[in-house]
Structures are given as C-alpha cells and as structure tokens.
Design a protein around this ligand. Sequence first.
Ligand code: SF4
Length: 343
Amino acid sequence: MYPVVAEITEVFTAGRSAATAWKMALAGAVRDPDELVDLLELPPETREGARRSSRRFPLVVPRGFIGRMRRGDPRDPLLRQVLPIGEEEEEAEGFVADPVGDRRATVLPGLIQKYEGRALLVLSNACAVNCRYCFRREFPYHETPRGFTAWEPAIRQIASDPSLNEVILSGGDPLVLSDAPLERLAVALADIPHLKRLRVHTRLPIVIPERVTEDLIGWLRGTRLTPVVVVHANHPAELDENCGRALERLVEAGLPVLNQAVLLRGVNDEADTLARLCEKLLEHRVLPYYLHQLDPVRGSAHFHVAESRGLEILADLRRRLPGYAVPRYVRETPGAPSKVEIG
Ligand code: SF4
C-alpha cells in the first residue's frame, strides 16, 4: 500500500474507539478517482487520467472539501488542486523529484535544517489532502521516523545544537497525528532551553476544520514555546463558514495564524482571486504571509506561472490592499540561506 494511505489507515484503525469528527472525516476522505469523478459528475474523459496519475501520487481529498467544489466543472479551482490528470505524466525540463533540496538538507531521518536558527521535523507521511503540486510528492517518507520513540534522536540532535531557536512541525501534515503524541513532543521540545518557538505547518484547519479541537488548542497554548500556526489556502472558495470559524478559534485562543499560498495556473493566477483570498483571510483574522512561486516538482509543470506574471499580480494586489494584507512573493532555491523574495 502507498505509505500515505497506509499511515492514514493505521491512524484510524488505532483511534477508532475514540473516533472524533476530524478522524472520521480523515478516514472517510475520497481516495478512489472514480468516486470523485462520480460525486462531482465530471466529464467521462477525466476518468482515465485521474486513474493513471493517482497511481504515481494517490488521490486523497476530504468530503467536506469536495463539498466546496462546483459539480460538473473540471476547472473548478479547488478540484484542480486535487484531481490527478494526464498532464502529470509529462516530463518538463527543470521539474524534478526534489525541487527544494530536502535531501541535502536532511541532518537525520525526519530532521531537515535549511535556515539559520530553524529545524524542521517531518512527523508524518500523510496529509488530509494530496495537493497535486506538492513539492514533497516524491519525498522518501519511508525513511522518516514514526512515533515519539523514533523521534528521540532528532530531539537529541536539536537539544545539542544551541544555534536553534525554532522548530517547525511538518510532514506530510503533522496534524493528521493525534494530539497526545504531538503534546508529548511539544513538552520534550519545551524542555530544551535554547528553543523559543514552535511552528506548525498544516492544511488541516482548511480542509478538515473539525481538526481544530480543544485538545489541539490546549497543547499549543500550554507550551512554554511561542506557538505559530501556518495554514495553507490558495483560493477564497476554500474558506467556507466552518473553516472560517476554525481559524477564528485558533486566533481567539491567542495563537498567531498565518497563511501561505502557492501561485497556481488555473487556480489563483488572477489578482481578483488573490485579493479575495487575502480579504477573506483577514476577515477571519489570518495574515497572508507567503505567496510561493511553484516549486518545480516533477508532474506539476501544468501549474507553472511565469514570475513576470506573478509580479504583475503582486503589483495589482499592492494597489488594492493595505500593505499588511499583501503576501510576500517568494521562491525557494535549494541551498540558499533563506527564501528569496521575487522582485
Ligand atoms: S498539504 Fe502540504 S504537504 Fe500535504 S500534499 Fe498539500 S502541499 Fe503537500
């Protein structure tokens, strides 16, 4: 079984007795391309490409997220982010397996260190949604540790490096894991005197808003470390009422919440769309943080938007929005000491 699917299955087999709404939503996500085509009444010609490309990178999409998509429209901007299509099989120059240099920045299995003062833990090989443009779609997740005992070497490494002040919990999506192991990890990290901040990179509050539970808020608020939550939404239609409420709960709990988006052709490559996204984020008190240039991962070339076009869009956003509402337009370059601001 593909590792992403295997982990989700495992999460739910283990947690069935204490199943909560978010776990059921995760377990019940659509993974069969034919089911997605049927549910959304997509044209028959989408079926074959969806089947083929999902063999390389499986389809995963929660039903609640599907509920925000238009029926019968293969160009729906939310669907486009998750529907496997034939173009993913086309090779494109410069589009590679590891576009951001994760391999060379891996210090220990599951521990990535790229930038001064920060270390990133790959805690999970699963996500609630498999984004077709994901820069980690070919990440060697089978090499990364699973569970607290397996994380201990990475924790010891972080403890031995006083130059670090921030740890980023990532994956996959760290919030597909239950709160108990995450809280245990947060406690262990808070015991390391030189650490100051704990950042969580997650798409769960967007695609399964039920994931924002009392327990989650409890351990995030309870840690000595300054918590920062970075969510990932690309289009205003992702932010429905439930999602907005979930984001507001995080903010009302005193947690800084930022959004990162990826500039994607056919999804959000219009200033109108991004302006509406930024406005909607602010309405829910989330700050637009980054707009990423697409990382050139193999299979995603059909999402590419030229940087010159991205700069035009940014200029338009600057005219329409207050400065704090305009995300920073950045690209990640393997080996660079920080993200590079474009323009
Ligand atoms: S949620 Fe993030 S890590 Fe998961 S597939 Fe999407 S982009 Fe990749």
